[in-house]
Ligand binder design. Sequence first.
Ligand code: ADP
Ligand code: MG
Length: 195
Amino acid sequence: MKLELTDAKKWINLFVEKLENNQATLNELDTAIGDGDHGTNMDRGAKAVTDSLTKKDPDNLADLYKATAFAMIQKVGGASGPLYGTAFLDMSKAVKEENIELSDLIQVGTDGIKRRGQSDVGMKTMIDVWQPVSDSLRADKFDQSVVDNALSKVKDLVATKGRASYLEEKSKGHIDPGAQSSAYLFESLIEVIGA
Ligand code: ADP
Ligand code: MG
């Protein structure tokens, strides 16, 4: 399946809304295994995305994803800002030629995070949500259970990238904050495509 402009806008708007509503949860998760700012960072980014899309309502997918990317790069900060920013910037480039399959779009974003973060699956990061979402979309098996399973798996992992990796074994038993914010992203997608 492909995501058209109207649905893609709904997707981003729902994500922004979830980030604003769950700022405290994301900060709590980051307090346990990081420095406690992931919710604050993402909330700042969320407001910047809304500002940008209100100022100029994008009339194509590439501009929508590019505006999202720029707002995140400029305002989220931390490790996660450039990572989400790269994902959306790469996705913006990928939809330029033609509207690509949703599974391919999410894989492009995932690959962008991997490249920028020099990271891969199993390191207890947001990638541990992005990759299974991309895989399940390709297999036409994407639904809430994919997100739930990804979060429960990420909880048991030992972090080997990002701030949480300083805790080594002690990072086990906690949900990674970036994995949780990515879960909000894909729960928003489920609401839009009705998976
Ligand atoms: P910071 O760690 O600088 O305080 P945030 O708290 O906003 O930044 O974001 C932390 C999240 O970023 C982590 O939970 C993790 O999901 C993600 N992250 C950090 N480093 C990497 C990396 N190298 N690759 C992929 N994701 C990463
Ligand atoms: Mg942090």
